[in-house]
Design a binder for this molecule. Structure first.
Ligand SMILES: Cc1ncc(C[n+]2csc(CCOP(=O)(O)OP(=O)(O)O)c2C)c(N)n1
Length: 573
């Protein structure tokens, strides 16, 4: 167990050096007066060569969080984020909640108003240091983070950082919060010695209980029409081949429901799309793998006697206040560990003729499903305003098959299939809008050689702080293609209203409030104002060529591009 030493003068310098030593590549930040010791430490490190995470400016906190989210989801590494005291934390909350519900580990930090009114280095020296202080700054996000703490002195630095990182990365992963008072950062620290490597690793994922595996195996093996529903298994990329193997071995159809990660390649023979549809009504056993909401009970449900098995690191989603899906067996375990064990337990129990018959049924369903999708694409290709299905279909043809797609709402995965694990990132189940554009920048940061495409609604795009996003793209040289599926409305609000009041006044009214987004600005010009390529597309026949031009800007000219695709309402989520 080796001890190493950094030659530093302040806690801020030791803090940055330790983050870098622990593998944190980037500090996404939106600064304030609390940053003075951090800014000073970076400036000094630039000529002393002290290691530090690369500083990445984001001019809005939600952007900083969203970029960090995309970076973490794509790279599997932990980013650090720092914002300005109470007010910066408040601005970041939506991004923190997204990360929390998506189980993305982030070391989220904020300065703290100086505690002292005079006397110490870093003490209050401007009027805001009084009003910005809160009794419990962390209180506003305590429900969203796995752990929070305040750094109180330099002596505790290593323990605090290592504890923060090991808790953030232990499954189920999630953000942690650390506040950093200015006086503490400014404290002098003549040298800093620490363990290298760290003596505080992440805890291992839970290994499934053998009795629970056996109980699940019996239920699933005796079913004629078992069904697998997942949203997130592919967050752990090692779970993708495990699911592929399990589904193939027993010929069990898989639905990716409201998926956030690619859990099963779209060309897998058991992939039956993205909608539980009628399959759930026919199921006589359901295996829910890493899926918080496997179906919507007020719309559809499995037969009442259909047994349901859940697999997940926290299969009951204990942080959700209410979640009432039946769980006849709930297996606490990482899918990549649980599925092979379940497969081994099922193999002697399953009936080969039943599996063979099911394999044929699934193949026929897949064929019919794809034929239906093809027919729909043919029907909409010339519609004007452009149909969202046509946007997804054109994107499927134009994208590099190896590209990564970040979807905030409006991509229809059945028309733009992905097959590579790590090639699809969907909104957090918390669905705090304004995530997708920043997340795409984060994915590009993690994988600079990969083509990255963000597909956004006009509403989602506006929530993302577009000027800050395009600035970050050009500043940090992160050329991403933004495709805005622009239906000039908050379609989700319209669907919700018509769903609740199908015969109501709003349905009869031409223009009920809070749905239409009139007089939208020319989004393409916002991107162009930051040096990107921007184009408005209204003609469906022009869309493939517009995508070609935009991707040329991204791939060859290495600059961002935005297509403002004028669409009809009703698409998206
Ligand atoms: C931060 C936040 N505010 C509000 C909402 C509520 N909301 C959900 S979807 C939606 C509209 C999104 O519009 P757009 O991206 O254009 O997609 P569309 O619904 O038109 O398909 C709104 C406002 C939300 N999810 N998150």
């Amino acid at each position: 167990m080796a001890k190493r030493q950094f030659n530093v003068d302040s806690v801020a310098e030791a803090y940055l050096a330790l983050l870098a030593e622990r593998g944190i590549e980037y500090l996404f930040a939106n600064a304030g007066t609390d940053f003075a010791p951090i800014v000073e430490a970076y400036a000094k490190a630039a000529h002393t060569g002290l290691p530090a995470p690369k500083p990445l400016l984001a001019t809005h906190e939600n952007l900083a969080l969203s970029m960090a989210h995309g970076y973490a989801a794509s790279s599997g590494k932990v980013p650090a984020v720092m914002v300005h005291v109470s007010v910066g934390t408040a601005n970041a909350l939506c991004g923190v909640f997204n990360a929390a519900r998506a189980n993305v580990p982030i070391l989220f930090t904020a300065g703290r108003s100086p505690l002292t009114e005079a006397g110490l280095a870093g003490a209050r020296d401007t009027y805001i240091h009084w009003a910005q202080e809160m009794f419990d700054q962390a209180g506003m996000l305590r429900e969203m983070v796995k752990w929070d703490y305040e750094l109180r002195n330099g002596v505790q630095l290593e323990t605090v950082i290592d504890r923060a990182l090991s808790i953030a990365t232990s499954p189920p992963a999630g953000p942690v919060y650390l506040s950093l008072p200015r006086e503490v950062l400014a404290e002098s620290m003549p040298g800093f010695s620490y363990d290298s490597p760290s003596r505080h690793v992440a805890a291992s994922p839970p290994a499934p209980d053998a009795a629970a595996i056996m109980a699940a195996a019996r239920l699933l093996a005796s079913a004629q029409n078992p069904l697998i529903i997942t949203a997130d298994a592919g967050r752990d990329r090692a779970a993708v081949p495990a699911l592929a193997q399990f589904a193939a071995q027993f010929a069990i159809p898989v639905i990716e429901n409201r998926h956030r990660h690619l859990s099963l390649p779209a060309d897998h023979p058991c992939h039956l799309g993205y909608n539980v549809g009628v399959l759930i009504e026919e199921a006589d056993a359901i295996l829910v793998v890493d899926c918080d909401v496997p179906w919507t009970p007020s719309r559809q449900a499995p037969p009442t006697d259909c047994p349901v098995v859940h697999i997940g690191v926290d299969p009951l989603y204990s942080r959700y206040p209410i979640r009432g899906f039946a769980a006849d067996v709930a297996i606490t375990g990482a899918a990549r560990l649980a599925l092979p064990l379940l497969g081994a337990a099922m193999a002697p129990l399953a009936s080969p003729p039943a599996i063979a018959a099911r394999r044929q049924r699934i193949a026929a369903r897949r064929e019919a499903m794809h034929a239906g999708w093809r027919k729909l694409r043919d029907e909409v290709r010339e519609l004007r305003p452009i149909h969202p299905v046509w946007v997804s279909a054109c994107l499927a043809a134009a994208r590099d098959p190896d590209s990564a797609i970040v979807n905030e709402y409006t991509l229809l995965p059945e028309h733009c299939a992905s097959v590579r694990p790590g090639s699809f990132f969907g909104s957090s189940p918390a669905a705090g809008l304004g995530w997708g554009a920043g997340a795409a920048l984060g994915v590009k940061l993690a994988e600079p050689e990969r083509q990255v495409i963000a597909v956004l609604g006009d509403g989602s795009y506006l929530f993302s702080n577009p000027v800050a996003v395009h600035h970050a793209s050009s500043l940090h040289r992160l050329p991403v293609l933004f495709v805005v599926v622009n239906n000039s409305m908050w379609g989700a609000v319209r669907r919700a209203t018509l769903g609740m009041y199908p015969q109501g006044e709003a349905a009869r009214s031409n223009r009920p409030p809070f749905i239409d987004l009139d007089d939208l600005p020319a989004f393409e010009q916002v991107c162009a104002a930051a040096g990107g390529y921007g184009e408005r597309v209204e003609d469906p026949a022009e869309l493939p060529k517009a995508l070609e031009r935009a991707l040329h800007a991204v791939n060859v000219e290495k600059r961002q591009a935005l297509l403002n695709v004028i669409c009809q309402g009703g698409g998206g989520g």
